[in-house]
Design a protein around this ligand. Structure first.
Ligand code: AMP
Length: 281
């Protein structure tokens, strides 16, 4: 396992990354990879800890991927805290921080034949249609460069985890994908780099998202059913109840509340900030 007092390596260069990983692999060491967009918090560090349990070497990338932001989204204002991030990674015992510039990832531009698969349908894609193609574009390139044995993705972005699992299967990559549990604050709010956008008032509302998602919905029998599809109808009610509760709690807009993969997943807006969360059903 990695040792905390060994200085962490850091490179912006693909060639240096590949040389280092090749050396480790030649020495029989397994390599785990944690891709991030920086603005690191305890959620990212929990992924690093999990990575360290599965491999002798841990690589973390920090790259704010332009391909997964639409022009109207927050690419320009996304929090960038590189020096603080590197200190956190060093303390967490990461072996190598890969901090490429866009040219290193997209030397010939962002065009890609690799598209997101079935798991990308619906949910996030209904509201961010460009998003998962942008994610698989960067993840496939990073996998090609890092060539990890294992890669860790957070369950916070549950649909993304499923999209990446499908990508690895479709491409036949020899990479084990491991999902990491959602790291939350003391109020149950899923940690997110975008939480930095929230005002104190918005933060108080944001903390209600997980509480409302966890609430039991009224049983179907306590609701009138206007014929047809009892089960579907009860799901509709559950979704509508949650949406209503979120709006009452102060959220400005609810993109979706859906059930999939044995999870209840939601996305909602507070001012200019979009929050997502999910819980096991
Ligand atoms: P990001 O920097 O937002 O692209 O996230 C990088 C990785 O960290 C992704 O796999 C996320 O799912 C994961 N992640 C972000 N926040 C959390 C959290 N609160 N709990 C668990 N994983 C997280």
């Amino acid at each position: 396992m990695s040792v905390n007092n060994i200085p962490m390596l850091r490179t912006e260069k693909r060639a240096a990354l590949e040389d280092t990983v090749a050396r480790w692999k030649a020495a029989g060491q397994r390599v785990a990879f944690v891709p991030t967009m920086g603005a690191l918090h305890e959620g990212h560090l929990s992924l690093v800890r999990l990575a360290k349990q599965h491999a002798e070497r841990v690589v973390v990338s920090i790259f704010v991927n332009p391909a997964q932001f639409a022009p109207h989204e927050d690419f320009g204002s996304y929090p960038r805290t590189l020096e603080a991030d590197l200190t956190k990674l060093q303390h967490a015992g990461v072996d190598l921080a890969y901090t490429p510039l866009a040219d290193e990832i997209y030397p010939k531009g962002q065009d890609s034949d690799i598209k997101a698969g079935e798991a990308a349908k619906g949910l996030e894609s209904d509201f961010r249609p460009h998003f998962f193609d942008g994610v698989v574009n960067v993840v496939a390139r990073l996998f090609e460069q890092v060539k990890p044995d294992i890669a860790i993705f957070g369950e916070k972005d549950y649909q993304q985890l499923k999209v990446v699992e499908e990508l690895v299967q479709t491409l036949g990559l020899p990479i084990e994908i491991i999902g990491a549990p959602i790291a939350r604050d003391a109020h149950g709010l899923a940690l997110s780099s975008r939480n930095a956008y929230l005002s104190a008032e918005e933060l108080a509302i944001a903390r209600k998202l997980n509480v409302i998602l966890r609430k039991e919905s009224p049983t179907p029998s306590s609701r009138p059913t206007a014929g047809g599809g009892e089960i579907l109808r009860s799901l509709d009610y559950a979704r509508d109840d949650i949406k209503e509760a979120l709006l009452e709690a102060g959220f400005d807009k609810v993109d979706y509340v859906e059930e999939r993969w044995g999870r209840k997943l939601a996305a909602a807006w507070l001012g200019k900030t979009r929050l997502i969360d999910n819980i096991e059903i």
